[in-house]
Design a protein around this ligand. Structure first.
Ligand code: DMJ
Length: 674
């Protein structure tokens, strides 16, 4: 009991002292409050003595028991206490972080749709490695640059996968930084700068051939590749015998045709000979370049055609061979083409006189073709990198930047013409992935890859355009339900598809290989089947220049219809090109088999016994395909090169993580290889 009266009598109470008695009067004492230690000890002892033995034992037992409990509960309470303390710290941190995440930059582009589906698709892609090569590369030994190890490649794919997953997570919390673009699964490495390399010229490198570190032993090429070599030799024989140093062979009349008068076929074929291992032929051609190739000529050349075939061919041959002769020639032609950019809008003219240094549009218009002005960038950019002279890159980058800002596009799809005075699109309302627009789309992706995947505007335009293709141009034919890319003219869909469009499956597959949306790969697989059917459904097994697809099933009708004016075949490469990409990225042998069928049909219907191959006028008439008497330079520059690469199982024979092909199949180095 608390003795309040006694405490009051003893003066001001000590607020921190409480006396607890065990109930005896004596405990307080009569003479007033005594709280000395000695008194307290004595009084306690007396009380203890007054207790019975049983009481003392019970008290001792209780004391011991409580002591043990005290020790145990102290230990476990420590743990509980620690976790409580941590939890509250965590809570504090989370509370601080959530607002920060919410405030992070909102996504600059729409969040990926069907992200989970894409994620589900991707591993399939990553795991589809080409089978272990039974045949390793053939090309000249110094083409055999160091290969990334297969486990490294797998790691890259896994890293890409991880990046995609991280991106999806990031999108969930709307945390998209400027250096990451997400567009239906498209990924840009977050640590890459958004600054396009256009502002500064990349450090020129030694040609790739010099990079060779651990060169593998070349092993024999396989039979199908040998058949390509034989075809090339046959074509080359015709060119050498009847058209040496001229632009194109006319194999039937055993003569030649001149376009620019610059040995177009010879230059276009240089790197093909290198890749096929045709050293003698290469050396002979090199001599012609050294002694007879002169650009100081009063001749009008088409800017686009001479860039992709001549400048592109010289640059890639320089990279493969390491021979500076080709770089010197590339600089020469590059400089001579520059007057084309002196226009009011900086959109280049179509034609340049490389001897006089003057340029002009075609006689009937001041328009240029959109595909032409936007498909010279890979070559001029590389020329700047190699020479350290930024003028080439500046000129072509300006074109891309300008086109990026233009109105008149339809979900990323561009019209076919652009005016060199106003810089505006003309002939609005017609959209195609065929002639006059095709390689615009191809070069958006390829420039992005060439520059190390940093130039976001290019990627944005590419991704937008593929969405535009999906939205406006895809339809399915009857009866086989082939997905094809048609055209749109002032709101009306046309089921017309140029053979030129068959570059698209390869480009889509290349994009998917570089981390873009997995549904691009699915579309590529569908479209390459269609391109193959453009050959398979025709009497000669060769595709016409243009097909029209049937949208409605009709008895006795195939998917593919051919108009009389469109039934020619110019030995074009696009389907074989796409087959090559598809085989590289999937390892599915059917693509090689399809390419093999096409090669056999070229041999059956276009081969001229005295040397060379010819374009034909009628793919529907196997008994008389009507030879046109012309072998286009791209048959050697592209078609046979892609055939050879398609039949190869060596992913390092022009490794697609190190090289990007220009639109004439000339491989140029990727500035920052994967
Ligand atoms: C080639 O010159 C190029 O591939 C160009 O992009 C389109 N036309 C031919 C081949 O068909």
């Amino acid at each position: 009991m608390y003795s309040g009266a006694a405490a009051a009598a003893a003066g001001p109470p000590r607020r921190d002292f409480i006396s607890v008695t065990l109930g005896s009067e004596e405990a307080v004492g009569v003479g007033g409050y005594n709280n000395s230690k000695a008194w307290r000890r004595r009084s306690c002892w007396r009380k203890w003595k007054q207790l019975s033995r049983l009481q003392r034992s019970v008290i001792l037992f209780l004391f011991a028991f409580l002591s043990v409990c005290g020790v145990i509960s102290y230990t476990s309470m420590g743990e509980v206490w620690k976790s409580i303390t941590n939890k509250s710290l965590d809570d504090q941190r989370t509370e601080q972080e959530i607002p920060r995440l919410k405030l992070a930059n909102p996504a600059v582009l729409p969040a990926p749709q069907k992200a989970d589906a894409n994620r589900g698709d991707y591993p399939e892609l990553s795991l589809q490695k080409p089978p272990k090569p039974p045949h390793v590369r053939r090309g000249p030994s110094n083409l055999q640059i160091k290969a990334p190890r297969r486990d490294t490649k797998l790691k890259i794919q896994q890293d890409t996968m991880r990046a995609v997953e991280e991106l999806v997570e990031a999108d969930k919390v709307e945390k998209t930084e400027k250096t990451i673009i997400s567009w239906r699964g498209a990924v840009i490495e977050p640590d890459q700068s958004t600054e396009p390399p256009s502002s500064k010229i990349m450090e020129p490198e030694k040609p790739s051939s010099v990079e060779a570190e651990d060169q593998k032993e070349p092993v024999p090429i396989n039979e199908r590749q040998l058949a390509v070599v034989e075809a090339f030799r046959h074509a080359w024989k015709g060119y050498k015998d009847f058209a040496w140093g001229h632009d194109e062979l006319k194999p039937l009349s055993k003569s030649y045709s001149e376009w620019f008068g610059l040995g177009l076929t010879l230059i276009d074929a240089l790197d093909t000979m290198w890749i096929l291992g045709l050293k003698e032929e290469f050396e002979e051609a090199r001599k012609w370049v050294a002694n007879d190739l002169v650009f100081d000529k009063n001749v009008d050349v088409n800017l686009f055609e001479s860039t992709i075939r001549i400048l592109g061919g010289l640059l890639s041959t320089y990279h493969l061979s390491g021979d500076t002769l080709f770089l010197e020639k590339a600089k020469d032609i590059g400089n001579r083409l520059m007057p084309a950019f002196k226009t009011p809008s900086k959109i280049p003219y179509s034609d340049v006189n490389i001897g006089r240094g003057t340029a002009h549009p075609p006689r009937w218009t001041s328009d240029s073709t959109v595909a032409e002005v936007t498909s010279i960038q890979l070559e001029f950019r590389e020329l700047s990198r190699l020479t350290g002279d930024e003028k080439f890159q500046k000129a072509v980058d300006e074109v891309m930047k300008h086109v990026h800002t233009l109105s008149g596009k339809n979900n990323g799809l561009v019209p076919m013409f652009i005016n060199t005075n106003s810089g505006q699109f003309t002939h609005l309302g017609v959209y195609t992935l065929g002639a006059r627009a095709d390689s615009y789309y191809e070069y958006l992706l390829k420039q992005w890859i060439q520059g190390g995947k940093k130039e976001n505007e290019l990627l944005e335009d590419y991704m937008r355009a593929i969405e535009g293709v999906k939205k406006h141009l895809l339809q399915r034919s009857e009866p086989k339900k082939l997905t094809f890319v048609g055209e749109l003219a002032h709101g009306h869909f046309s089921a017309k598809m140029d053979h030129l469009v068959c570059f698209l499956p390869g480009t889509l597959a290349l994009g998917a290989h570089n981390g873009l949306a997995a549904d691009h790969m699915k579309l590529a697989e569908t479209l390459i089947e269609t391109c193959y059917q453009m050959y398979a459904q025709v009497e000669t097994g060769l595709s016409p220049e243009i097909v029209h697809f049937n949208l409605h099933a009709q008895k006795g009708h195939k998917d593919v219809e051919i108009k009389p004016a469109d039934r020619h075949n110019l030995l074009r490469p696009e389907t074989v090109e796409s087959l090559f990409y598809m085989y590289r990225f999937t390892g599915d042998k059917k693509y090689q088999d399809w390419g093999w069928e096409i090669l056999q049909n070229f041999n059956r219907y276009t081969r001229v016994p005295t040397g060379g191959y010819t374009s034909i006028n009628n793919v529907q008439n196997p008994s008389n395909p009507e030879p046109r008497d012309k072998m286009e330079s791209f048959f050697l520059g592209e078609t046979l090169k892609y055939m050879f690469l398609l039949f190869s199982d060596d992913i390092d024979l022009i490794n697609l993580d190190k090289y990007v092909f220009n639109t004439e199949a000339h491989p140029l180095p990727i500035w920052v290889p994967a």
